[in-house]
Design a protein around this ligand. Structure first.
Ligand code: KIV
Length: 258
């Protein structure tokens, strides 16, 4: 069975086939998502909220992500696996390299994800130079947020739009191989997806990104802290888990005409 490579994901962007991504935290679900045909599985630090029952992601540590990445990796045959780097595990270059290397060499991740802005481009660039593939994450950055009500659309004003667009350009220049945009205004997310040559995966950022990612438990409607408003309610009419996941993949694959 052929594993999905980063090249395959880039090809999807080029051929305008949407990239379907979901989070997972254990082997049973990762096997399930892999069998359903999900392109990318992320071990997100959202596990702090949906698995550990906290109000935010801040209590997740390196050990948690290593543990869950190993579990998820065991269930995967094809999907591309990304591990999130938790808060305070990539503040310094050497610390970031040590932790990212563990996730890739010992836990089965193919790429790590870090929340980025103009203050940590050096870390992103350092990891890239050390051959660690990095997914950057801009827009709402959950590691900067304490409570669910702080999730607000980003990029509403001209200044914010410019700041976020600049961040997207800078992370690509610094070496990011993928970009996640969270809670970004739709036309801005579209502009970023067009401008960048790396694939741009959106969450709560409208339909024009190169791919979509959801927290699996939000799609299943069982998240501990409640289901975010942006989740398409049509999914909850589909009773079978299998069909719901496949519907998400199908919706994501067919990108709208610009
Ligand atoms: O932690 C996570 O699950 C994430 C996704 C929501 C993108 O960062």
């Amino acid at each position: 069975m052929k594993k999905i490579t980063l090249q395959d994901i880039y090809l999807k962007k080029r051929n305008r086939v949407g990239i379907a991504c979901l989070t997972a935290y254990d082997s049973s679900f990762s096997k399930y998502l892999d069998d359903c045909g999900v392109d990318i599985i992320l071990v997100g630090d959202s596990l702090g909220m949906v698995i550990q029952g906290h109000k935010n992601t801040h209590k997740v540590d390196q050990h948690d992500i290593e543990y869950h990445t190993k579990l998820v990796s065991r269930g995967i045959k094809k999907s591309y696996l990304i591990a999130d780097m938790p808060i305070n595990t990539y503040n310094k270059s050497n610390q970031a390299l040590k932790n990212a290397t563990k996730l890739i060499n010992e836990c089965g991740a193919k790429m790590v994800k870090i929340e980025t802005d103009t203050t940590n481009l050096d870390i992103l660039n350092y990891l890239t130079k050390k051959n660690i593939p990095v997914c950057a994450h801009i827009g709402i950055k959950p590691q900067h947020i304490k409570f669910p009500h702080e999730y607000k659309k980003q990029g509403k004003t001209f200044q914010d739009k410019k700041k976020i667009l600049d961040e997207a350009i800078f992370v690509e220049q610094a070496g990011a191989k993928l970009l996640i945009v969270e809670c970004v205004e739709e036309s801005l997310a579209q502009k970023i997806s067009k401008k960048l040559s790396i694939p741009v995966i959106g969450i709560a950022s409208g339909k024009y990104c190169d791919g979509q990612i959801l927290v699996l438990y939000d799609l299943l409607g069982i998240s501990f802290n409640g289901i975010p408003k942006f989740i398409n309610k049509e999914y909850f009419k589909i009773k079978s888990i299998d069909e719901r996941i496949k519907q998400f993949i199908q919706n994501t694959r067919s990108l709208p005409k610009e």
